[in-house]
Design a protein around this ligand. Structure first.
Ligand code: DGJ
Length: 767
């Protein structure tokens, strides 16, 4: 069916601003998009303008705010009741589209009042609210009613803030928005200000509520897991009622990750369809509620977990929430992931927008466990250097009386028997081999069998007179305490000042229990959930400030602390202690829905693996790990000469492709999930000149050939040369074809047998 549809052309003016020219085109539905594509191909400067601008405008007459960036528009308005209401969130609208003054929903009956059915941006518990509140407080006089109305706004560049106030008390909430020009991702947070003359207690606080377009056929995707089995992707149709994703564990946890994606059920795949997605940047207990109300409206509310929560605000104090990031893609769940990855690289990581490429590292944990000493580590370092490793990391066991996991945590002095002259000789040796040096720490923990605990038993989370539950024979230091914060910062600062250390692997191997803080007043104790995480972030921040060269990995016995909060202070993430290269295909696939391959550490370890006793070729293990940030964790003392030769070749090849893998766009072409026989991923460089496809076969069956691979993300008109990085090209398949050919006709790979792997590169022959 043909219709009129619109396309925007943006022209750059001399003064750097842009003029938007809408054009109307006649043709099949969506032909506006086609025209857009043609115009953009003919005038690439328009593409850049289209995808790298952001604007926030306020229409005073209509009382409507409009945020446009990249391919997304987000529109909110102030209605006649002074409520701040979501009006639109989705694909970018035409610049000239006008929104009428918003009106609250009338409500459907005396049971479903307007307060509940109006899609509000941030709503407090009061005035008969039954949906998930963004804020719930108690005043000392017993009043618990809070109704927030619009007061004022400010717009500064890419930031909007909207001030709300309770209808009678001087409780203010500032809603803060920041839009990312590159991806259209919005960062939202809220600040509750107590301007009354008395204290109040916050019992529930969210960073934001995201309202989806009215509709009832939505699907939710989220990530679940456990130790050694993290990052499972789950899908469910959103039904009336509530789904709560959460952690009550004091940290992010891997049972749920604070990421969600919602699309129209069944109308979507990796590459097309509307997807709304979000990620809460918080490394403490958290919750995200996905709620479909009785009017079939879906809202997503997220912030610190309200379970066991209480935060007292004295007059003049405020509470700033974590950031809740969310975005929209019309390019399916694959497009949503790519936007998030791009956002992490350009806006979240410590050195954004130009984070350094991850070096190839060696870590001896799986080889030696706690048995680290100078001579053995030096011998491993020599072997690691011989295959091209760039960073040598000493894991657990180097400090205190640490012979196993029963003792030593908290005593951060170099073990004098294992390293009689301190770490310097080893570090010098590592440097002389052309590598930099990294060290494992677990700063937030203490073993009861340690000098630190014997001296400061009151430094751990505990309830007076109650047992202190151990996990891996260790207790949690209460980082919310100023003295504990000072101790942790102090020993890390000294470690980094005394030694030439380029990298810390920051581990965290248990969850909270008995989260008491007896040193403060009973009604202050529950703020531990906030203060702990704040201090964690501030230690990381201060360390980075004082030691600007340091890089840090967030590890939590695997992938239990991966989120956009910790990512602002750490350069890479450890997704799982499960290093079985076959299991890793699924783990890494799940991880990639939310987090970029460039931050995903992946080690090549020994075969058979400790996890499943599965035997896999060294080449398979390398190709599995090369889809992320490559590390080697095998016992090099057991390697044969041919293993070193293979490893040296593959490390060199990885260095050739790592920019494409770590910074490029990821396409999940064949999923390894749900018992799939194959797995294929493709990474395409930002300039679309280089691509690499990693191809895995679980097990051949009944003579079926390997399915054809339809590549993505290439320039259709550009010629690309295909080559085998590992494996070989199928006989008779042309080596040089256009991007259109590789994407439409597809690419054939020939893999037969069990646990086979190959990798192919595509190089553009012209710009
Ligand atoms: C858990 C980590 O995930 C492992 O890689 C290793 O560092 C151990 N802790 C050390 O105790």
């Amino acid at each position: 069916m043909s219709t009129w549809s619109s396309a925007n052309i943006k022209r750059r003016n001399g003064n750097g601003s842009y003029t938007i020219k809408p054009v109307w085109v006649w043709g099949p539905r969506y032909s506006g998009l086609l025209w857009m594509a043609l115009i953009c191909m003919a005038f690439p400067q328009f593409v850049r303008a289209q995808s790298h601008d952001a604007s926030i405008r306020f229409d005073k007459d209509a009382q409507v705010f409009r945020i446009d960036a990249a391919d997304t528009s987000y529109v909110i308005g102030i209605n006649e009741k002074k409520q701040v209401q979501t009006l639109y969130w989705g694909k970018r609208l035409c610049a000239d589209d006008i929104f009428a003054a918003p009106h609250s929903d009338p409500g459907s009956s005396s049971f479903d009042s307007s307060t509940n059915t109006t899609q509000q941006e941030f709503v407090a518990w009061g005035g008969g609210l039954y949906v998930e509140p963004d804020l719930k407080v108690t005043f000392p006089d017993g009043n618990r009613d809070l109704v927030l109305h619009y007061v004022s706004y400010t717009i500064k560049g890419s930031q909007l803030s909207i001030l709300l106030k309770d209808i009678s008390r001087d409780v203010y909430v500032e809603l803060q928005y920041k839009v990312d020009a590159v991806t259209g991702i919005l960062r939202r947070s809220a600040q509750v200000q107590n301007r009354t003359s008395g204290q109040l207690t916050i019992e529930q606080i969210s960073a934001a509520t995201w309202n989806l377009p009215r509709g009832m056929d939505y699907r939710l995707r989220y990530l679940t897991g456990r130790w050694a089995a993290e990052w499972n992707l789950h899908e469910q149709v959103i039904q009336p009622g509530k789904t709560i994703l959460e952690s009550r564990r004091g940290s992010t946890g891997d049972q749920n990750n604070p990421w969600f994606a919602i699309d129209w059920n069944g109308s979507n795949d990796q590459d097309s369809g509307d997807v709304w997605f979000g990620d809460l940047g918080w490394s403490g207990s958290w919750q995200i509620s996905i709620e479909q109300d009785q009017m079939q409206q879906v809202r997503v509310t997220g912030g610190p977990n309200s379970f066991d929560f209480g935060y007292r605000l004295i007059p003049g104090e405020h509470l700033q929430t974590p950031y809740f990031y969310a975005g929209y893609s019309h390019e399916g769940i694959g497009g949503a992931s790519r936007l998030l990855h791009r956002f992490e690289i350009s806006s979240i990581l410590p050195h954004a927008p130009n984070p350094k490429l991850r070096p190839v590292l060696y870590n001896s944990w799986e080889a030696t466990e706690f048995k680290v000493d100078e001579a053995d580590q030096e011998a491993l370092a020599e072997k690691a250097a011989s295959i091209g490793v760039e960073r040598f990391v000493v894991d657990d066991g180097w400090f205190g009386q640490r012979a196993n996991d029963h003792a030593g945590l908290g005593d951060w002095y170099v073990n004098p028997v294992k390293f009689p002259q301190g770490l310097k000789p080893l570090i010098d040796k590592v440097h002389s081999l052309g590598m930099d040096f990294g060290l494992w720490v677990e700063p937030e923990m203490v073993n009861p069998d340690s000098d630190l605990y014997r001296e400061h038993p009151d430094w751990v989370l505990n309830f007076t007179g109650r047992p202190r539950s151990e996990g891996r024979n260790q207790l949690m230091l209460n980082l919310a305490r100023p003295d504990v914060r000072a101790f942790v910062f102090g020993f890390l600062d000294k470690l980094l000042s005394d030694n030439d250390i380029a990298f810390l692997k920051w581990d965290y191997n248990r969850n909270w229990s008995e989260p008491g803080w007896p040193a403060v007043a009973p009604d202050e104790q529950k703020r531990v959930y906030i203060d702990y995480v704040r201090n964690l972030y501030s230690i990381l921040d201060e360390l980075r400030e004082k030691h600007p060269g340091i890089e840090i990995e967030s590890c939590s016995g695997g992938g239990s602390r991966v989120d956009l909060g910790i990512m602002r202070y750490t350069d890479e993430m450890w997704p799982s202690d499960n290093t079985d290269a076959f299991d890793r295909l699924q783990i890494q696939d799940g991880f990639s829905y939310a987090y970029a391959p460039g931050v995903m550490m992946a080690w090549v370890t020994d075969s058979p693996t400790w996890v499943n006793q599965r035997t896999l070729s060294l080449e398979y293990r390398f190709l599995s790990a090369m889809q992320g940030s490559l590390g080697i964790g095998a016992n090099l003392n057991h390697w044969k000469p041919e293993d070193f030769r293979t490893a040296k070749k593959m490390v060199a090849e990885y260095k050739q492709i790592r920019e494409t893998v770590q910074r490029g766009s990821l396409y999940r072409l064949i999923s390894p999930q749900n018992g799939s026989e194959q797995s294929v991923t493709e990474s395409v460089s930002v300039d679309q000149r280089h691509a690499i496809a990693f191809v895995f076969l679980h097990s051949s069956q009944k003579l079926y050939p390997f399915p054809r691979i339809f590549l993505r993300g290439l320039k259709p008109e550009v010629m690309y040369r295909a080559a085998a990085l590992s494996g070989r090209l199928v006989d008779g398949q042309p080596a040089i074809e256009s991007g259109a050919y590789w994407m439409q006709h597809g690419f054939d790979a020939e893999l037969r047998g069990d646990f086979k792997a190959a990798a192919f590169t595509l190089e553009a022959l012209q710009n």
